[in-house]
Design a protein around this ligand. Structure first.
Ligand SMILES: *Cc1c(COP(=O)(O)O)cnc(C)c1O
Length: 410
């Protein structure tokens, strides 16, 4: 393939991409590391840049675009809704918000929804709920090393990774951290001021690591023994991605609260906290809010996403699709010592390497393949539930070549 405007290189002077980057350099806060690529449109697992290059996207929207780029049923639902009612405040009832809450409740543990716009906001709501339940007497929350819960001050304080705290102190008080999987450490941290435990059932940013056997069951036991709220962060693993509606459904452990965002609205901004119905009473009128939370467009997209997953049988399809990924990646591991481990939980995939993953991401980009790297050495894939077998084979060919080439250089 001729490499015109190699995407990891400086875009040529006078190119459309150069012009966009120059505008960003002047006007946009530089808080993101960006590849020198300007994406202009997408369809399914394909995306195109301003130079006309086509990419295969194995991490569409960093997990937000659960159903691929611009899925037709979501586009249609949003177009219809946006022409009827864009936004009204939560002082009024709307049909889509109630319907959305009902669909989520029926597919989880029968609780109630608080809607917001992002994962971090969903955790802020959960932190408040833990505190409000005991009028602040038991404000402490135990979280886990390697977890990630968001960037606002409450959620970042809950995130037990020092790199996210740098320069931001003091953190919000009340969080204590246990090693992931260590029930004894959790027991030791519980005191009379502890009100909750917050954990990802499957670590996402932490390297795509499912809870070890017995861990979530143990947390449920500890929570019940000490009257703590068990909160599962399902921002990355929820909403069907892993082949069940929610991550916790793989483990047979029911939490009291789950937080959702990312894929919740198939690419439209939206977040939610689902809570047991009896706990919902602690969030009384005036105690918490999000202006755009549960807005008609997000709700229309969220409803359309659930319907599309069911009408197209995507929860079952994901199981088959995941097996193709597993076979291909295990085959790669068997012939490439740079691949240390392969973890496939539906469309949540981690390929742990013995070499630097950032270089592999760059090599993939040269091959017009979009993947992500987390924790330095884990290639993370969050493919669309709609990805086709042909696309998986194509993607695994390119990823395999990139890893083998990077290993040869290392
Ligand atoms: C992305 C993520 C968050 C934060 O979500 P935002 O929408 O970026 O605030 C929280 N928890 C997990 C597990 C995530 O993957």
């Amino acid at each position: 393939m001729a490499t015109i405007n190699a995407p990891t290189h400086e875009p040529a002077a006078g190119s459309p991409t150069r012009a966009v980057i120059d505008t960003f350099d002047r006007y946009v806060v530089p808080n993101y590391r960006r590849f020198p690529v300007c994406l202009t449109r997408g369809s399914g697992s394909r995306v195109w840049d301003a130079e006309g290059n086509e990419y295969l996207d194995l991490v569409p929207g960093w997990g937000c675009n659960l159903l691929g780029h611009c899925p037709e049923p979501i586009v249609r639902a949003v177009q219809e809704q946006v022409a009827r009612l864009i936004h009204v405040p939560n002082t009024w009832y709307t049909e889509p918000q109630g319907e959305w809450a009902r669909l989520l409740s029926e597919r989880s543990f029968g609780g109630k929804a608080f809607f917001c716009n992002s994962g971090t906001e969903a955790h802020e709501a959960a932190i408040k709920l833990v505190r409000l339940r005991t009028d602040g007497r038991r404000h402490k929350i135990i979280t886990f090393r390697g977890g990630f819960h968001g960037r606002t001050m409450g959620s970042v304080s809950a995130t037990a990774q020092p790199k996210y705290h740098e320069g931001l102190g003091p953190m919000l008080a009340g969080f204590s951290f246990a090693p992931h999987g260590d029930l004894e450490a959790v027991e030791k941290l519980v005191d009379e001021q502890t009100g909750g435990i917050l954990v990802e059932p499957i670590l996402g940013e932490g390297g795509v690591v499912p809870a070890p056997a017995g861990f979530l069951e143990g947390l449920r036991r500890i929570a019940d023994a000490h009257d703590l709220l068990l909160v599962f962060d399902e921002v990355q693993c929820g909403c069907g991605r892993t082949g069940t509606w929610f991550g916790y459904q793989h483990f047979g452990v029911t939490p009291d609260v789950i937080t959702l965002a990312k894929s919740l609205c198939a690419g439209i901004a939206g977040g939610a906290m689902l809570t047991r119905a009896d706990l919902a009473l602690h969030l009384r009128p005036g105690m918490h809010a999000a202006t755009f939370g549960g807005n008609p467009i997000a709700a229309a997209a969220g409803i359309a996403a659930i319907r599309m997953i069911e009408e197209e049988g995507l929860l079952d399809q994901v199981k088959t699709t995941a097996e193709i990924f597993r076979e291909r990646l295990e085959e790669l591991r068997s012939r490439c010592p740079a691949v240390v481990a392969v973890r496939v939980i539906g469309m949540m995939i981690g390929v742990e390497l013995a070499i630097d993953g950032a270089a592999v991401v760059e090599d993939c980009l040269e091959k017009r393949l979009l993947v992500n790297c987390t924790q330095g050495r884990v290639i993370r894939l969050l493919p669309a539930m709609t990805i086709t077998p042909a696309e998986i084979h194509d993607g695994c060919d390119r990823l395999g070549d990139a890893i083998v080439e990077a290993a040869a250089r290392a």
